[in-house]
Design a protein around this ligand. Structure first.
Ligand code: ZN
Length: 192
């Protein structure tokens, strides 16, 4: 098993639409690596795009159970919306308020290629929507109220600012200098 590198906002793969995975193509080693990466990074969810693999695979934990979902699709969602704080391993040090459906039903394949259906409420519903968004090249900042974008309580040594409101422009400038110095192509905006 190995911990994979999580790419950061600005990396073009985060804006790619992920490809579906055929059951016979399921790579169990990669799934284990995704789980290990999610755990190591203290995430509650990880999409394959975030480790630079544009395939429709997500891993999620709600602390009671861990899910590996392949080709996940939201088949139903509640009209009732809840707004809560979200962060993302690909947007280090940042959080914002994001409105989400309070309940979702997701169909997918499990790690053995067997069809499964998950009913998500509360945190699980939010994480499912957040991770499935990644597979479509969408990030939470696209859905967040920009006025709620804030640096978390970042440690001084992290190179990220301490708690204060911020803007996407500021985030992009900082990430460019911290994470993308040697990258030829940096894409921040959603691909239309
Ligand atoms: Zn994310």
């Amino acid at each position: 098993m190995s911990v994979l590198k999580v790419i950061k906002y600005g990396h073009p793969t985060l804006r790619k639409t992920a490809e579906p995975v055929k059951p016979e193509e399921i790579d169990k080693q990669f799934l284990q690596d995704m789980l290990e990466t999610m755990e190591e990074e203290d995430g509650v969810g990880l999409a394959a795009n975030q480790v630079d693999v544009a395939k429709q695979i997500i891993t999620i934990t709600d602390f009671e159970k861990t899910y590996i979902l392949i080709n996940p699709k939201i088949t139903a969602c509640s009209e009732n919306m809840v707004t809560g704080k979200e962060g993302c391993l690909s947007l280090p040090g940042l959080e914002a308020q994001v409105p989400r459906s309070e309940k979702v039903i997701v169909s997918a394949l499990d790690e053995n290629g067997v069809p499964v259906e998950i009913i998500g409420r509360g945190l699980l519903a939010v994480v499912l929507q957040h991770e499935i968004d990644h597979l479509n090249g969408v990030m939470y900042i696209d859905r967040a109220d920009p006025a709620t974008l804030v640096w978390q309580d970042n440690e001084e040594t992290s190179g990220l600012p301490a708690t204060k409101n911020t803007t996407l422009d500021e985030v992009q400038t900082l990430y460019k200098s911290m994470f993308h110095k040697d990258m030829k192509t940096v894409i921040f905006d959603p691909v239309k």
